[in-house]
Design a protein around this ligand. Structure first.
Ligand code: GDP
Ligand code: GDP
Length: 438
């Protein structure tokens, strides 16, 4: 089990984004290593009363017209129902209960996923305004008075969320199910791959009844282990607006990635690399997940004995920001190399969860700094006192140094590579946190 996910849904302009920023702190913009890729991170980490979960803002696009708000909201809610452990439905006390609110509330209620009803823009402290009471009609229990702008009521909201979520046990068991997200632009063969895998392996029907997500995820068992393929296909309804299609397909991918241990990044072997592929891969990379690049439709590619190596060399350049990710050439149609794929999934999942002892880490540090001296600036040399692993998934290392400014990216990369040389860490990003200690 990963961290529970709480999804914020609601009509445009009710204050979802404001609430998100209030509870996770300022929204981070991600500037990826890939040129021209900047986007807002829609997931944020929250720790409240010792409980950890992540929050996702499902909003983000302005519907072009009134008549499509409802269909977009249904799509948003459907995504949240499929992926979230709890949902916050945000409404606006100023507009009162709208028909759209009622429609979405009914959908959420039917899904069985725990819901917290947030009545936002209650900016006056004290007794609720008269309009507040009509929100009881939505049938979602006691509405909560919140002012996201002022931060009133957000603590109570977080308390309520924590009451509703079932948090996983602290220590995860060994040999558990590996969660896999299959991502990629349209038509690369995501559904074909999942269907092939489901067709050729023993499928397990989850007997843990409960959330609707059991219905959309596929769990299989084979000689390599037990794997859950997270549904990313979701609804295939066409949206009238181009932007909306892109927004929802990204949102769907991000939700799946967040729940996954390993991401299979599919690209179309017949087409080769495109910018969109690196955007998709960037989602998995930023989320710190295990990553495997799968070149699909290999059966349909006209090739000689050099084609694979040439393409691999090119892809290593295209995906240079995630040089740790193995590249495998497969066919979802014929099943070519799917055994190797499962082996890699296993390997990458264990790299992503790897724990390195502090003693070994500092041995590597001592050797590395002896071999290549740390950088200096104006007569001052970087000193790295100590390194320790702070967390897993992805492996995250804290370095205590004399001066942060001196710890250039290139030296960080050098250390990272020395750690990789020793421990492998195939397929997983690693993170470095730098702390100054005078
Ligand atoms: P979203 O479209 O649901 O993400 O809504 P936003 O977070 O972008 O907010 C829409 C507008 O409502 C913005 O102008 C916010 O400043 C405003 N707003 C959000 N929360 C509150 C609130 O608690 N009180 C008041 N008065 N305005 C709010
Ligand atoms: P998705 O949109 O990523 O889920 O892609 P689909 O699974 O729907 O596949 C898109 C198209 O590519 C379909 O016509 C598939 O039959 C075809 N396709 C998928 N995988 C392969 C493959 O390995 N080889 C070949 N030749 N065609 C494939």
């Amino acid at each position: 089990m990963g961290k529970p996910i709480v999804a914020i849904v609601g009509r445009p302009n009710v204050g979802k984004s404001t609430l998100f920023n209030k509870i996770v702190g300022q929204r981070l913009s991600i500037v990826e290593d890939t040129p021209g890729v900047t986007r807002d991170r829609i997931f944020g980490d929250v720790e409240w009363c010792g409980k950890k979960f992540s929050v996702v803002d499902t909003g983000g696009i302005e519907p072009a017209s009134k008549d499509i708000i409802l269909s977009q909201m249904r799509e948003q809610a459907q995504l949240a129902i499929g992926a979230a452990d709890a949902i916050v439905l945000v409404t606006d006390v100023r507009s009162g209960v709208t028909a759209t609110d009622a429609d979405i509330a009914a959908m959420l209620l039917k899904s069985g996923v725990p819901v917290v009803l947030c009545v936002n823009k209650c900016d006056q402290v004290g007794d609720p305004p008269a309009e507040f009471y009509e929100f009881y009609n939505l049938g979602l229990g006691d509405p909560m008075m919140v002012s996201s702008v002022h931060g009133y009521g957000t603590g109570d909201l977080l308390d309520r969320i924590c009451e509703l979520i079932e948090f996983p046990e602290e220590e995860e068991e060994e040999g558990e199910i590996i969660k896999v997200a299959v991502i990629g632009k349209p038509n690369v063969g995501k559904s074909s791959l999942v269907n092939k895998v489901a067709g050729e392996n023993r499928c397990i029907v989850s007997d843990i009844a409960g959330t609707t997500r059991d219905a959309v995820d596929t769990t299989i068992e084979n000689t390599f282990g037990t794997f859950t393929f997270i549904d990313t296909a979701g609804l295939r309804r066409k949206s009238k607006v181009e932007d909306a299609i892109e927004h929802y397909s990204n949102l769907r991918a991000e939700m799946a990635v967040e729940r996954a241990d390993v991401c299979l990044i599919l690209i179309d072997g017949e087409v080769g690399f495109t910018e969109q592929d690196s955007k998709v891969a960037g989602i998995a990379h930023e989320a710190g997940k295990g990553c495997i690049i799968l070149v699909n439709k290999w059966d349909a590619v006209e090739k000689d004995d050099k084609t694979m190596q040439e393409m691999r060399t090119q892809l290593e350049k295209d995906f240079s920001f995630m040089s740790y990710a193995p590249i495998l050439f497969i066919s979802a149609k014929t099943g070519q190399r799917l055994d190797r794929m499962f082996e890699l999934i296993h390997l990458v999942a264990s790299s992503n969860a790897m724990r390195v002892t502090t003693g070994m880490l500092n041995d590597i540090l001592a050797q590395a700094t002896a071999r290549v001296q740390p950088p200096t600036d104006k007569g001052k040399r970087l000193k790295i006192y100590y390194m320790t692993q702070a967390s897993t998934k992805p492996p995250t290392f804290i370095c205590f140094v004399n001066d942060k400014e001196l710890f250039h990216f290139s030296y960080q990369r050098y250390l990272e590579n020395r750690i990789r040389d020793t421990f492998g860490l195939e397929g997983t990003p690693v993170r470095m946190i730098v702390r100054e200690r005078k």
